[in-house]
Design a protein around this ligand. Structure first.
Ligand code: NAG
Ligand code: NAG
Ligand code: NAG
Length: 412
């Protein structure tokens, strides 16, 4: 009888050793693969080796980057992976090599994750050392484009939590062709006016959530591109930068639409724009529909609310055309604060495809302690202010200016 018990115990030990009860036991530490923090050694290869084992693990596995600063070149973490979830735990800082914009500036992406179903990234600091590239761009010299710091291509069921990204060369983060991605508690920082430093660029993606984050950068805080569906942005602080933009759209004549966008509980501070929709004045089969902006605070924002369908920087042969992008169903609910310019609301819609279903409710923006003004062109919609109930001409915003070619329903 005791022998049987011993035999049984032994079997249990062997069993537990081979199949740990804690499903997350597999951890691949980059130090074990030769990563050298803090001394200027390139850690790209050790990172890739640790990733390759984590990704090939049958049990959910973790790639672990302990404390310290690691130099990493352009790197692609590719799937598909074997288990339902791979975690990248970053307790250190990942830095681009010095002067790397010359070496990697034309690659598009610095740290890339692609083709993974079930990816979690926790914490970590990314420093792309963009300042030399910005100087180069500002000087008007011939410079590389620069890389996006953190790119997600074709990720399903992803969670990105607690990342801090500083001094990106271009965008801090890009989400392309993804499905069900949660981005939470991220802090993205680049100086005001640093060229092309978007916070998060999203396109061709469904079910992306961006919450509890802070984005202070030189270009768009969040740029929502063609093919974005069911996006939620909530509790995000934006600014400085160019605000949250849907667009630019109509860059190409055949373009997927943008629909189901909710931006809620967001504060804009000192940004060029707040809530912006921008399309090139060019033929396009693209569209924007079902957008809700709710509970938004503007602090000294140049264009708090703007639809710009004549977006044609450099007037590259498009200034005399009309935008084909149809904008329908955009609701602005409970928007308050200050505009840095007299015209706080600007709806310049396409003359050939007017915006429709534009609703303003409880929108109260001031300029120099006075009600701010609104401008609209080719825009159909309604406006009301909370309990006042009366249908006012663009709410409490004072004079509704009509500039440009008058068209039926150009103002409401
Ligand atoms: C970095 O550290 C490793 C060993 O820890 C050493 O072999 C290497 O020479 C160091 N490199 C520099 C640049 O200090
Ligand atoms: C309006 O938005 C502000 C700022 O986000 C919020 O504090 C307030 O509760 C909102 N009001 C309503 C009625 O939802
Ligand atoms: C609009 O905001 C200003 C400043 O906060 C406030 O004094 C005014 O009562 C508000 N108007 C409405 C209609 O809510």
């Amino acid at each position: 009888m005791p022998n049987i018990i011993i035999l049984f115990s032994l079997k249990l030990v062997v069993f537990l050793t081979m199949f740990p009860l804690c499903a997350n036991a597999a951890t691949y530490n980059v130090l074990d693969f030769g990563a050298k923090p803090n001394n200027g050694t390139d850690s790209t290869k050790p990172f890739l080796q640790a990733w390759s084992l984590a990704c090939r693990s049958v049990a959910p596995a973790t790639m672990w980057i302990p404390r310290g600063t690691y130099l990493v070149n352009t790197i692609a973490f590719s799937g598909p992976c074997k288990s339902a979830r791979v975690t990248v735990q970053i307790d250190g800082k990942i830095q681009a090599p010095p002067r790397n914009y010359w070496d990697i500036g034309n690659y598009g992406n610095w740290v890339l994750f692609q083709g993974i179903d079930g990816l979690t990234i926790n914490c970590g600091i990314l420093d792309a050392r963009g300042s030399q590239l910005w100087d180069c761009k500002r000087s008007g010299a011939n410079c590389p484009q620069g890389v996006t710091s953190l790119t997600f291509n074709s990720i399903k069921n992803g969670i990105v939590s607690g990342i801090v990204s500083v001094d990106s060369q271009r965008a801090h983060m890009a989400i392309n062709g993804c499905n069900n991605m949660k981005v939470r508690k991220v802090i993205l920082i680049a100086p005001d006016q640093s060229p092309n430093t978007d916070g998060i660029d999203i396109q061709s993606s469904t079910g992306v959530t961006i919450i509890d984050s802070s984005i202070r950068t030189g270009d768009d805080c969040i740029a929502i591109g063609p093919g974005t569906k069911n996006l939620l942005v909530q509790r995000v602080a934006c600014g400085p930068g160019h605000g949250i933009s849907i667009g630019s759209l109509a860059r190409n004549p055949n373009e997927a639409g943008v629909e189901g966008i909710t931006v809620k509980d967001v504060t804009f501070t000192g940004s060029d724009n707040g809530l912006r929709i921008k399309t090139w004045p060019k033929p396009s089969d693209g569209f924007v529909k079902n957008v809700l902006y709710e509970n938004i605070i503007m602090n000294n924002v140049r264009n708090p609310i703007i639809i710009d369908q004549i977006y044609c920087p450099g007037t590259k042969g498009c200034s005399d055309q009309n935008s084909g992008v149809k904008i329908t169903g955009v609701t602005y609910l409970n928007i308050s604060g200050t505009s840095a310019t007299p015209i706080a609301i600007r709806f310049h819609c396409s003359a050939t495809t007017p915006c429709s279903g534009i609703k303003l409710h409880n929108v109260n923006l001031t300029y120099s302690k006075q009600p701010a003004k609104a401008f609209c062109f080719s825009t159909l919609g309604t406006s009301s202010v909370g309990q006042l109930g009366a249908s006012l001409s663009v709410g409490q915003l004072g004079t509704s200016l009509s500039v440009g070619r008058p068209s039926p329903g150009s103002c409401f």
